[in-house]
Design a protein around this ligand. Structure first.
Ligand code: GLY
Length: 376
């Protein structure tokens, strides 16, 4: 067991007031760690004055280890693939424990381009992904439109990643909170301004961008603007796959839900504000309707912006915080917080319970940044 983390029986002997685990952050990663720890018999408190109001409230919920396998991110891709492998079991456990439908859908993802340039750019990535042995297959325009007739006739080429799925992040957070609270986790609805405010034997910082001031780690906000549309007539959207596209050079994704919602995302901006701009909405809508023309008829029901917790190498920061015994970090999930929730919760919970870091954590250690370690 990690230094400072006794077994739950030891903690009872030493006194009932100190919790085993204090999780800072009530997003999916924080709640999932809390739930998994409670399932292992630990007494857990989640600290957050606005649980579920961070990046997960904006996120589309794509479980995309293949379409988001980018050049130079080999270790991250391995973690994405492993977490996606765990998703079906995690979803089944969580649905049973919470009674909440997660909106987990397995229709797969189409990646498409509208111009020869779009397809050339995407084609290099598809070749890289195939070279890693990932399941992605190029398709001709006619095959793409057979799969999704709602796609524009302008589509020039694309690929299908059948194993890239989706979940509804807002439902996910509600389910995790319910499951965690049913397992005995309590919420302390207060902002944590310093780690000394957490009275637990082990503190887990799962606070997204809020981890930076608490830990000094180089987590920076990367703004993303997202839209939510609704299909007319109360029916489902006219397409079932997640569609990721390059529309005249603009990347965009469309995530259809059974409820009739379509999430359109997302800008990627090196800024710390959460304002929705006319330019952001214009860029997303233009690219979206170029890919799927029927979206012009959909109602625009929400515009929102959030902050992805970015890191210098785009990979999460997982493990013991150097120089701070009893403090663990699970943050910096950047574009992948939803897909990485199961593996993060499992690895961090095992570390708390056994005190032994799984070798899979090594590439994501908080001490990997050297001089970049301190932010501001
Ligand atoms: N993973 C999608 C995004 O960050 O926009």
């Amino acid at each position: 067991m990690l230094s400072g983390a006794p077994s739950s029986t030891e903690s009872v002997k030493r006194g009932p007031r100190l919790n085993d685990v204090g999780v800072v952050g009530g997003g999916p990663v924080g709640w999932a760690i809390a739930w998994r720890c409670a399932q292992r018999g630990l007494r857990v408190v989640v600290h957050d004055d606005r649980p579920g109001s961070g990046a997960s409230r904006v996120a589309a919920g794509m479980l995309s280890p293949v379409a988001e396998a980018y050049f130079g991110e080999h270790e991250l891709t391995g973690l994405l693939v492993e977490s996606a492998r765990r998703w079906p079991g995690f979803a089944a456990d969580l649905t049973e424990a919470s009674g909440v439908d997660l909106g987990h859908r397995t229709d797969g993802t189409l990646v498409v381009g509208l111009t020869a340039d779009d397809v050339a750019v995407a084609g290099r990535l598809w070749a890289y992904q195939q070279g890693l042995g990932l399941p992605i297959t190029r398709l001709r325009p006619s095959a793409l439109r057979d799969l999704e007739p709602a796609l524009t006739t302008r589509v020039r080429g694309g690929a299908v990643a059948p194993g890239d799925h989706q979940v509804d992040p807002r439902r996910l957070v509600a389910a995790l909170r319910t499951a965690a609270e049913r397992a005995g986790v309590t919420l302390r609805p207060a902002h944590v301004g310093a780690l000394s405010e957490v009275d637990a034997r082990v503190t887990v910082v799962a606070a997204g961008c809020g981890a930076a001031p608490l830990t000094g780690l180089p987590v920076r906000p990367v703004k993303g603007q997202v839209l939510r549309l609704r299909a007319p007539g109360g029916g489902p959207p006219g397409f079932r796959h997640v569609i990721r596209g390059y529309a005249d050079g603009e990347p965009v994704y469309l995530v259809p839900r059974d409820s009739g919602e379509v999430v359109v995302g997302a800008t990627v901006e090196e800024r710390a504000d959460t304002e929705v701009t006319a330019g952001g909405v214009l860029t997303l809508l233009r690219a979206a309707v170029e890919l799927v023309p029927e979206l012009t008829e959909y109602e625009l029901v929400e515009t929102v912006a959030g902050q992805r917790p970015g890191t210098p190498d785009n990979a999460p920061i997982l493990g013991a915080l150097p120089g701070r015994p009893g403090v663990l970090v699970a943050t910096g999930h950047h574009r992948h917080g939803i897909v990485l929730t199961p593996v993060t919760a499992d690895l961090v919970t095992d570390l708390i319970v056994t005190g032994e870091p799984d070798p899979a954590l090594a590439p994501f250690s908080p001490d990997r940044f050297g001089k970049e370690r301190t932010w501001n």
